[in-house]
Design a protein around this ligand. Structure first.
Ligand SMILES: NC(=O)c1ccc[n+]([C@@H]2O[C@H](COP(=O)([O-])OP(=O)(O)OC[C@H]3O[C@@H](n4cnc5c(N)ncnc54)[C@H](O)[C@@H]3O)[C@@H](O)[C@H]2O)c1
Ligand SMILES: O=c1ccn([C@@H]2O[C@H](COP(=O)(O)OP(=O)(O)O[C@H]3O[C@H](CO)[C@@H](O)[C@H](O)[C@H]3O)[C@@H](O)[C@H]2O)c(=O)[nH]1
Length: 464
């Protein structure tokens, strides 16, 4: 029997867009995205979705209320479903064993327990969250230990590779879909059923099936290798600054080798986002637990290089501004971890803002998609600052870049939003303190044009 009813536990950056695209491409399947959070579900059911993703509004508008539903009724959604995606968050543990490195599987476990409690008939349970290798075994253990008579489960691994800011396009045109399952008749049958969903819009050759543990590890490996490229080019950006080479030219030359390729070689203030750091730390932890310390140290270096890059960038700002920021006003352009998203998780802008605040500066922030409340939460939570009021009185948030930069000593570009490229930098210069500095952490501006206006310009991987 083919899949008629899908439920997804977790209406976040993955569950929401993934299920919206499934609903769009599989009109005969009822798709319900269920979440514990009342606020999040209310937003999914409103005109303003909880996440900003280009193209997502259209997809949701086409399907919502027809075959796509967002609900807090988790039990009912599970009861009705033939196939259940677990798409809950798997953050880095903040307490206990593996603190600061291991993935916290409490939400995955919670989801498995609800399924075990509620299920009355056979279910295919699909691990979509990014998890440590062999997590599917833990899910299976919970389900089997609580199994009701006549109910059977198949657990599949189906990691998600979408990137924020391009999620809809990534889902519609996925390079590959991975599906890991058991090599038994029932396992292969479950894999086929999941394949048939993706085959509504992707060619079969893009759907790769493998054993469950390979599928789980491939997700961590893909993120580790993508982040490794960024850390590699960022490490070379330091060499460029010290020698007079230009990292964009080096990246172009290296990327033209078809064995290397040109993607993910953009030097920057450092990578951010909810995945790279978390997933590499998870990989490092797994390697340590497997008694592979050399492998753990190898991947840890990708994170260390990212920290070094963020630190190098903020040090450059402080040193350029006569080694003191006390009483100075600095404008931060961009707070999201990359363009075309409002997500700020692990954004390098948080590191930049914190360092500038700790140096005594006042900061004026503009980002086209990040809410004021989010910035306040990011900069005043206990992991970032000890005295929120001391920070708050020196943070202001603006809805346009011209007011944000007025009377500032420096502008720091933290996110590569397209609109920052075409600002009227002459007008901005006129309203800034002199000497006026620009620190381009994303290498998106026309540096020579800025120098001609009168700015002091610094960027990554190039001496100006
Ligand atoms: N964000 C990305 O771009 C991305 C891409 C690929 C993979 N991933 C992985 O996908 C997973 C989800 O990431 P995300 O960014 O969507 O997280 P998120 O925090 O945006 O969303 C997770 C949602 O799960 C909900 N939730 C937690 N426990 C639940 C339960 N028992 N039942 C129902 N809902 C529950 C939370 O309330 C939250 O709304 C993570 O493992 C992440 O590593 C993320
Ligand atoms: O050449 C580059 C490419 C990216 N970045 C930065 O790296 C971070 C991550 O960017 P990106 O990978 O595009 O976005 P994510 O949404 O974090 O997506 C990554 O993490 C997801 C979650 O696991 C995976 O599904 C995706 O395949 C993987 O690309 C951002 O801060 C980017 O600015 C650079 O600095 N230089």
């Amino acid at each position: 029997m083919s899949i008629k009813n899908i439920c997804c536990l977790g209406a976040g950056y993955v569950g929401g867009p993934t299920c919206s695209v499934i609903a769009l491409k599989c009109p005969e399947i009822k798709v319900t995205v269920a979440d514990l959070s009342k606020d999040r579900i209310a937003q999914w059911n409103s005109e303003k979705l909880p996440i900003y993703e280009p193209g997502l509004d259209d997809v949701v508008r086409k399907c919502r209320g027809k075959n796509l539903f967002f609900s807090n009724n988790i039990e009912e959604s599970i009861l009705e479903a033939d196939l259940i995606f677990i798409s809950v968050n798997t953050p880095t543990k903040i307490n206990g064993n593996g603190k600061g490195r291991a993935a916290d599987l409490k939400y995955v476990e919670g989801a498995a327990r609800i399924i075990a409690d509620v299920a009355q008939n056979n279910k295919i349970v699909v691990e979509k969250s990014t998890v440590p290798v062999r997590a599917a075994e833990s899910i299976a253990n919970i389900l089997i230990a609580n199994q009701k008579p006549g109910v059977t489960y198949q657990i599949l691994s189906n990691p998600e590779f979408l990137a924020e800011g391009t999620a809809v396009n990534d889902l519609l045109n996925a390079d590959r879909v991975l599906i890991g399952g058991e090599n038994t008749e029932a396992g292969r049958e479950a894999v086929e059923k999941l394949c048939s969903i993706y085959e509504h819009w992707l060619p079969r050759k893009n759907i790769v099936t493998m054993n469950t543990w390979s599928s789980e590890l491939s997700k961590l490996a893909a993120n580790a290798m993508l982040a490794q490229r960024i850390s590699s080019i960022n490490s070379l950006s330091a060499v460029c600054e010290a020698t007079g080479a230009d990292v964009s030219e080096v990246a172009r030359a290296v990327g033209l080798d078809s064995r290397i390729g040109s993607k993910f070689l953009q030097a920057s203030v450092g990578f951010g986002g909810s995945c790279f750091q978390k997933d590499i730390l998870n990989l490092v932890y797994i390697c340590e637990c497997l008694n592979l310390p050399e492998v753990a140290a190898y991947w840890q270096q990708v994170i260390d290089m990212n920290e070094y890059q963020k630190h190098r960038f903020t040090t450059k700002i402080i040193e350029s501004c006569f080694n003191t920021l006390s009483g100075k006003k600095i404008c931060i352009l961009g707070f999201a971890f990359k363009k075309n998203t409002g997500d700020t998780r692990e954004s390098p802008a948080i590191h930049v803002a914190k360092t500038l605040l700790d140096e005594g500066a006042s900061i004026k922030i503009y980002d086209p998609k990040v809410d004021k409340e989010q910035i306040d939460e990011d900069l005043t939570n206990p992991y970032v600052c000890e005295n929120p009021e001391n920070y708050r009185k020196r943070i202001s948030i603006y809805t346009d870049p011209y007011t944000a930069s007025k009377d500032c000593h420096a502008i720091v570009v933290c996110t590569e939003w397209d609109e920052f490229v075409d600002l009227d930098y002459k007008k901005i210069y006129g309203n800034m303190m002199k000497p006026a500095y620009i620190f381009d952490g994303r290498k998106i501006l026309d540096h020579q044009a800025l120098i001609n206006i009168g700015y002091h310009v610094q960027t990554i991987g190039k001496r100006l």
